[in-house]
Structure formats: C-alpha cells, structure tokens
Design a binder for this molecule. Structure first.
Ligand code: MSP
Length: 470
C-alpha cells in the first residue's frame, strides 16, 4: 500500500479562523480522503503557526500574556478544524516543546549554509516578510495587503545561503520533480527565484523575543518562517526519527500568497538537510467577497461558522470545493451560495435521492453486492488536484441520472407491470447514484455516507430531505 503524506499551511493565530483558512483545510482534506479512497495509506498534518511579531504585538495590544493568547486562539483553530470535518492525523503547534527542540537541531544541521551579516532594509510585520528595495519602490513603501508602511530595520541577523541551492531548485521546478500547480505559477516562481538574494533567517531578541531560540546564540531567535516551514517535518519527528516512510510529501497545500516561501526557502532548507523535495506544491487562489479582498476594515468578512450554522457542513464544503475554483480567485456572495444550495444540493441531488429511494421502496427493489468503480475521468482530475473540475464532472453525472429517470420513466414500467424491466432500470439508476456518491465522498463525506445508508440493502427513503429548503 502506497504511503501518502498531505500537508496544509499552518495559520497564524492572531485572530479567529476565517474563510481563507477553511480553503487550505478543505482542499487538503479532500486530497487526504481521496487518496484513502483509492487505497493509499494517508498521513495528514495540520497545525497552527504561533510565533512572530504579529502575534506578539496583538497579544500585547490586548494586554494578555502571549503564551495565554496563543493557547486561547490555537483552541479556536482546533475547534474550527473539527467543525470542518478535517480528517487530519497529526496536529502541530509551533509552540510545542518538541517542535522547538527539533527546530534547534535542524538549524544546527544547516550551519554550513548559515552566516551572520547586517540586515539593512524593510520588513512587513503583517506579512512577516523581509521586503526588497525593488518591492518597496514598486509599492511606494506601503504593503498593499495590510495597508501599512513597511518598517525600516537595521539589525545583525543570520542569513541562509539560498545561493547554494538556486540551481538545484530551478532544475527541480523546471523538470517537475517538485511540481508546482497550477502550471502558470511556475514561471512566476522561477522569476522570483532568479532574483532571490540570500534570506535573513533570524531576528535579534531586542526586536523580537517571541520565537524559537537560535542554538548557541542568546541574542537571536529564528525568523518565524524558518520555524513554521520546519513544522512539516518536525511533526514527523525529524531529525530524531527516520521520516523516509512519509517524506517527501505527496502534496503540500498553500495559498498563492505564501507559495514563494514554499517554493524557494523551503526547498533550500530541505536540500540543505539532504532531504528530497515535496512531489507537488498545490497553490490555491483567494476567496474574495464581491470581487474584493476580505478585510475587517472593509467589513466584508464572511464568517465560515455562520455559513455552516445556516446550511450545514456539507453545504459549506460543497460551495468552497466546487464553486470556489481550486486554483484561481473566486467570489463568495450569499446570493451565489443560496442559489447553489437550492438549485444544486436541494434540487439536483436531494430530490434525486428522495425520488429514487421512494420509487425503489414502493416497488420492493433492494441492492446487494454492488461493485463500485471510480471513473477514469474523475481519478485523472483528482490525481492532478483539479478538485473543482472533478466536482463539476460528478455533478454532470448527477444531472445525467435525473435526465435518465425522466427518459426511462420507471413509474410507467411499474404501472405496465413490466417487473423485470423495472428492476433492471432501477438497479442501474441506483448503481450509478452509488458510484456518484463514492466520488462525492472526499468532498462531502457526510452526504455520501447518508446516501450509502439509504441505498444499502432494503431501501428506505429519508424521513427529512438531505438538503431542506428554507
Ligand atoms: N502562518 C503562515 C503559513 C505558514 S505555513 C508553514 C500564514 N498564515 S495565514 O494565517 O496568513 O494564512 C494561512 C493560509 O490561509 C494560507 O495558505 C493563506 O493563503 C490562506 N488564506 C488566507 N486568506 C485567504 C483567503 N481570503 N482566501 C483563501 N486563502 C487565504 O500565511
């Protein structure tokens, strides 16, 4: 049985979970469930990123000790992950003692590629990112994501020699040995790589105390991204454990805004450690609200918990995995969501299940020993992480079953007493529905389970619709 390792980005715990965080979790969860469905052994990491100035300053602003602040918020993220039905196997907090210890060991292993130098330049605390002069000039000194002027830093830091690995990373990306999805992001990353200077990987304690200590230097802590990226392997026990059973990761899910860290600094760290590069980096787009970035100041932030409370988890997963394009930016609006719920979930699928189960029950049709196959079209799309397209394909099949019922009119066969034709027609329709349900299981597992229960053995129509209209 093949081992598959799936990872998600770990969100900063400087606020409550939002729709954007749900994207990473739902996509990675879909992948994990799909690989399990096709018989693989899956390990699936999730976690929280708890160091750095952004978090430290927020705790200070609220007057809460930072240790307590991260505990409170990490719990909110854990609750959120459970609410989303994420089937993770490992959860890591970057403040876990074991993670901090392993990060220290990783740093020491990278020593040959680390040197100390002065950093004079710009920083954005919102992005937790060192900003080049070129970017500073292009953005007129203001971060467009956080609407805040970049800060000027002059400090003694440790640097990581990206230059030692540039060539190897470029080759791995070009040859798809570390595949970047979607394809069009590859070019952007190759350009960024070409212009990438060595990166600063520590901050003086005088500027930032809330981080993992740098080994053998009491005056420095690790730059938050170094400790954050390491989570993908410390969670497996590296470097104390042999991780070759699980590493390299099959797929790492990240938002397009943080692909640069995963496609440049992360592979450089891995190469420095003598570890293989991940097979695929899947970078998803952003969820927008009415075409705009969601932001507290604009007041257009959509609360995922409200969406789930209104229509249930599977309706949430349905919308975000099908109507939010896996790779591009997509819009959330309540109108679009309600339309999809009523027309697609309630009508196309909910009514289909009700209709078929009622007909089967009335005519004494029962299913046994069904052999369910996944179609090649579906597995082809899923293997390439084209989730929204695979979901569209499954939905076409659902609409196809509805059309078949209208054309084949099983109720007429019943009226005419054509018992064997009726049985063959119903069994073939139900078999197709069960196939579709299997293909839905990585996306909307709860619904898929309900459908299987309804049509397993003696068929009983559900007492309440799968997706009640409001
Ligand atoms: N802590 C880092 C990630 C470290 S991974 C080693 C971070 N955290 S974050 O909280 O800012 O973002 C976490 C994830 O949420 C990222 O993948 C990011 O792209 C995603 N999203 C945040 N807002 C988003 C949207 N509006 N839409 C979709 N995803 C976005 O970056």
């Amino acid at each position: 049985m093949k081992n598959t390792y799936i990872t998600t980005a770990i969100p900063y715990v400087n606020g409550v979970p939002h729709i954007g965080h749900a994207m990473d979790y739902c996509l990675a969860d879909t992948a994990a469930r799909y690989f399990k469905l096709i018989g693989q052994n899956v390990r699936f990491q999730a976690g929280t990123d708890e160091h750095g100035n952004k978090i430290f300053l927020k705790a200070k602003e609220l007057g809460i000790p930072v240790e307590k602040y991260v505990d409170i918020n990490a719990k909110k993220f854990q609750d959120f992950i459970h609410l989303l039905g994420v089937s993770y196997t490992d959860f890591i907090r970057t403040t876990d003692q074991s993670h901090e210890k392993l990060c220290g060991l990783i740093w020491t292993k990278l020593k040959d590629h680390i040197y100390s130098s002065k950093y004079e330049g710009w920083y954005c605390t919102g992005c937790e990112r060192f900003i080049t002069q070129k970017e500073y000039d292009e953005n007129n000194g203001v971060c467009s994501d956080h609407q805040k002027p970049y800060e000027k830093l002059e400090e003694e830091n440790y640097y990581f020699k990206i230059s030692d690995f540039k060539e190897q990373i470029r080759e791995a990306i070009e040859k798809d040995e570390m595949r970047i999805l979607p394809e069009f992001r590859k070019k952007e990353i190759l350009k960024l790589l070409e212009d990438s200077p060595d990166v600063s990987i520590s901050r003086p304690k005088a500027q930032l105390t809330w981080g993992v200590p740098v080994p053998d230097d009491d005056n420095q802590v690790m730059y938050v991204w170094i400790d954050a990226l390491a989570n993908y392997i410390t969670v497996l026990g590296y470097p104390e454990k042999d991780i070759s059973e699980w590493w390299p990761a099959t797929a790492q899910f990240v938002g397009k805004d943080i692909l640069r860290f995963h496609a440049i600094i992360w592979p450089a760290m891995l190469l420095g450690l003598g570890l293989p590069l991940p097979e695929t980096l899947v970078s998803h787009g952003m969820v927008l609200a009415d075409g705009q970035k969601m932001s507290k100041s604009i007041g257009n932030v959509v609360d995922p918990i409200e969406v789930i409370n209104r229509h249930g988890l599977d309706a949430f997963r349905y919308f975000f995995l099908r109507h939010i394009d896996t790779f591009g930016d997509s819009d959330f609006t309540w109108d679009k969501f309600e339309d999809a719920y009523n027309n697609e979930l309630a009508n196309d699928l909910g009514n289909l299940v009700q209709r078929l189960a009622t007909l089967a029950n009335k005519n004494g049709i029962a299913m046994s020993d069904v052999d369910i196959k996944l179609s090649k079209e579906y597995t082809g799309l899923m293997n390439n992480f084209e989730f929204s397209k695979a979901f569209d394909y499954v939905w076409d099949r659902i609409q196809g079953i509805n059309r078949r019922i209208d054309e084949e009119k099983p109720w007429s066969l019943a009226k005419e007493g054509k018992t064997s034709e009726l049985e063959a027609c119903m069994k073939s329709l139900i078999l197709e529905l069960l196939e579709v349900s299997k293909m839905l299981s990585p996306f909307i597992p709860g619904t898929s389970e309900k459908i299987e229960e309804i049509f397993n053995g003696e068929i009983m129509p559900p007492k309440t619709p799968l997706f009640p209209k409001n």
